[in-house]
Design a protein around this ligand. Structure first.
Ligand SMILES: [Mg+2]
Length: 158
């Protein structure tokens, strides 16, 4: 592991405890996820051990929409999570999370001039995203939120 190494981190359900916000998802609404996302600033940090002390760079790949960019940056700073880069979902994007994060990865590769050899591990709470990382040749670990009563990989997301 070197300073040229990178970790890919998901936020919700991986290092941000979003359980308090889950009831805000309202499928009867025109924008079911809006209230859930807009309340992201106060999540407790979970699984800090995944990245604390890592000598390389932290890359955030999140399905959160861009309209919570500022709230998310503030959360990272407030919680002393030194993200080197962050990719978010465009506000009008309806891609599945695995497709979205694969697309982000292609953007990331180009921007940073890295490939899968420079990624130590990807962490995500969705098994479909984990499968995508492994398909891409990136080691990936499935995270379950402590106390959450199981994994969130089956929950409906974008
Ligand atoms: Mg997640």
């Amino acid at each position: 592991m070197t300073t040229d190494s990178h970790l890919i981190l998901d936020l919700d359900g991986t290092i941000a405890d979003d359980r308090r916000r889950l009831p805000l998802i309202d499928h009867s609404s025109l924008d079911p996820w809006r209230a859930y996302h807009e309340d992201c600033a106060n999540d407790p940090v979970i699984n800090r051990g995944l990245f604390q002390g890592f000598p390389g760079k932290l890359l955030i790949f999140t399905s959160r929409p861009r309209y919570v960019w500022d709230a998310t940056v503030a959360w990272l700073e407030c919680n002393r999570i030194p993200a080197a880069e962050m990719w978010m979902r465009e506000n009008d994007c309806r891609m599945s999370s695995p497709d979205l994060k694969a697309y982000m990865w292609y953007q990331c590769r180009e921007k940073l001039g890295i490939d899968e050899r420079h990624v130590e591990m990807a962490f995500d709470d969705r098994l479909d995203v984990i499968r995508m990382w492994r398909y891409m040749g990136i080691a990936a670990t499935h995270i379950t939120c402590p106390g959450g009563g199981g994994s969130y990989d089956e929950r409906v997301s974008h």
